[in-house]
Design a protein around this ligand. Structure first.
Ligand SMILES: Nc1ncnc2c1ncn2[C@@H]1O[C@H](COP(=O)(O)OP(=O)(O)OP(=O)(O)O)[C@@H](O)[C@H]1O
Length: 174
């Protein structure tokens, strides 16, 4: 069964602005902001908490089971710092947000991240880990890389994704 609404992944290194983009986009489009972090916590899709990294150890199979029904219906904006776990057939657009390193450093520092986690995330952004993961996991034509270092860029990104959504609906619900 084909979806009447698309599923969009908004991904990128922690701190690039995924949540901020998803919230704004959800308001504008009526799509549902699916914070994977919240699903992992609320539906206990994890094997415990890693104190050193201060993050959940995600059980990907449980996570996929938890969101499968909703994803198959469509209409989700999936907010997560990884993208390779979601089946290709679920996904219509993958947005990889980027931020310049000085900006990202300040954002992560402001969160009081443990040093090891801060360094790992900075390295991931510099090495373009998420861009590569997205390109390796999905057809290149559905992967878009957008800058998110300031408010103007965020506004322009949300406008652009909203336009894509309007076009998708025209193309798929004729
Ligand atoms: N384009 C932007 N312009 C200005 N500030 C931004 C922008 N994007 C994010 N921020 C700010 O950076 C901080 C981190 O943003 P946000 O929580 O949206 O990132 P995230 O990618 O969702 O992080 P996480 O993966 O940890 O959930 C917030 O304080 C947010 O207001």
């Amino acid at each position: 069964m084909s979806r009447t609404l698309p599923n969009i992944i908004i991904t990128g290194t922690p701190g690039v602005g995924k949540t901020s983009h998803c919230e704004l986009l959800a308001e504008r489009t009526g799509l549902k902001h699916l914070s994977v972090n919240d699903v992992v916590k609320d539906k206990e899709c994890h094997d415990g908490y890693d104190e050193e990294y201060q993050s959940w150890i995600v059980d990907e199979d449980k996570l996929l089971d938890a969101i499968e029904d909703e994803a198959k219906q469509g209409g989700l904006i999936i907010d997560w710092h990884a993208c390779d776990l979601f089946p290709k057939s679920w996904i219509d657009l993958v947005v990889v947000l980027r931020a310049d390193t000085a900006t990202l450093y300040d954002r992560l520092k402001a969160r009081n991240y443990p040093e090891v986690k801060l360094q790992e995330n900075m390295d991931a952004e510099i090495m373009e880990v998420l861009v590569q993961e997205a390109k390796d996991s999905y057809d290149e034509e559905i992967v878009v890389e957008l800058q998110s270092s300031n408010a103007d860029e965020m506004e322009a990104n949300v406008d652009r994704i909203e336009q894509w959504f309007t076009q998708w609906k025209k193309d798929n619900n004729a």
